[in-house]
Design a protein around this ligand. Structure first.
Ligand code: ZN
Length: 407
């Protein structure tokens, strides 16, 4: 089946007809449908599909050797942010299936096991910890705290997994699995716009900016929007608003990015002063020091403004991923393979987090990017041209062929 045919099959699953955006949240019916589709396609290619204990899926071509790190793994994720684009994550999974199909059509016989991984809850859109599946395998999150993570409706990960027929008591590090993997290569739609001006369809990742997510709780006092005098209010919306502006300013000063993308005002009446504002800050910077400095200054700006309005502030870090440098040897091998095939693939840094960044702590890891002409991502406007996706499939097939072609 061609890339385009696979793409058209997956495309409608979990798409909201009103916004055109995807709502593929982990352990929901849309997610289950995506998993079932992947399983069918992997089995059609003759791969052995093995879900792991953490909710990730592995589809094997050949068998893993737990005694040595030999397998070549590619893949990405199928979950989305709220009303996300269709390419983020899904492109890497579909491209992996198409690349394996291309190699099988060419009668390629791998010397090393090849696997396609679908990693769960990469976006953290439901349970608020990004890259949850790869963090669980690598021991980056304690299984008990993972089980207790809850979504906006108070449903815990443990309850959601149980409802989907999985056993959350088995969550935890996958040492045997990690020990059998020699390389992980994730193909992903470019998030940002570096390739288009260079006239290149494919890029190779250099590293990932450190990034994190912090929850700001501003607690004030609910009051009447008409009768409460301005001077008497403890309105949490005011320090929140000034913190949003401060974050923008401070990020610009540090060469960083900082975004309040989610906010909940309580009780949220249109004619009332709120009692509380809960908001989530996502911040990223070129290095750990710049990110720490940016966060410290945003936090102190928030504290000053909260004090001015008689509002209390609590800041909690929900996740943090340090700076990642991908394996230089693997990167050079990939750029060499692509170069020899006449494919220009510039090396680029990225400010987006990926499972590859988490796995890089344990496995030689690399990423391929497929050109995004507008750079827009996490939005229904996210796009990649079909020809570029096909170029990505072909590049990935060449890389897998090279890596798996030698013992
Ligand atoms: Zn992604």
């Amino acid at each position: 089946m061609s890339f385009a045919e696979l793409w058209r099959q997956l495309e409608p699953i979990g798409r909201n007809p009103e916004t055109g955006g995807y709502r593929r949240y982990s352990w929901t019916p849309a997610d289950t449908e995506c998993r079932a589709w992947f399983t069918r396609q992997a089995e059609r290619l003759g791969l052995t599909v093995e879900p792991d204990n953490n909710g990730n899926i592995w589809a094997w071509w050949g068998s893993a050797d737990p005694a040595r790190p030999n397998a070549v793994v590619t893949g990405s994720h199928l979950d989305s942010v709220p009303d996300g684009g269709g390419y983020d994550g899904a492109l890497g999974v579909v491209a992996a299936l198409a690349a394996v199909e291309e190699l099988k059509t060419r009668n390629f016989n791998p010397e090393r096991a090849v696997a396609i991984a679908v990693l769960t809850e990469e976006e953290g859109a439901r349970f608020r910890v990004a890259c949850l599946g790869s963090r669980l395998i690598t021991g980056g999150i304690d299984p008990a705290s993972a089980r207790g993570l809850s979504d906006d409706d108070g449903v815990t990960l443990a309850a959601a997994m149980t409802a989907a027929g999985r056993d959350p008591s088995l969550l935890g590090p996958g040492e045997n699995l990690l020990g059998s993997i020699g390389a992980f290569v994730e193909l992903h739609v470019e998030q940002g716009r570096a390739l288009a001006p260079m006239g290149a369809a494919i890029g190779v990742a250099e590293g990932i900016w450190p990034h994190g997510r912090w929850r700001f709780d501003f607690a004030g006092r609910a009051d009447h929007a008409g009768t409460a005098r301005l001077a008497d209010r403890n309105d949490p919306m005011l320090p929140y608003a000034s913190t949003v502006l401060a974050a923008r300013q401070l990020a610009a000063e540090h060469g960083a990015v900082a975004t309040f993308g989610k906010v909940i005002a309580e009780p949220g009446g249109a004619n009332g002063v709120n009692s509380a504002v809960r908001a989530w800050l996502d911040a990223r910077a070129p290095d750990d020091n710049a990110l720490q400095d940016t966060l410290t200054m945003i936090r102190s700006a928030a504290e000053i403004s909260a004090a001015e309005h008689g509002v209390t502030l609590t800041v909690r870090r929900e996740s943090y991923t340090p700076q990642v440098q991908f394996d230089e040897g693997l990167r050079d091998r990939i750029t060499g393979v692509l170069g020899a095939a006449g494919i220009t693939a510039p090396v680029l840094p990225t400010a987006a987090g990926h499972d590859a960044g988490i796995l890089a702590a344990r496995i030689p890891t690399a990423m391929l990017f497929v050109r995004n002409p507008t750079g827009v991502s996490h939005s229904p406007a996210e796009h990649a041209e079909e020809a570029d996706c096909e170029a990505g499939v072909h590049a990935l097939a060449l890389v897998l062929e090279d890596l798996a072609g030698r013992p």
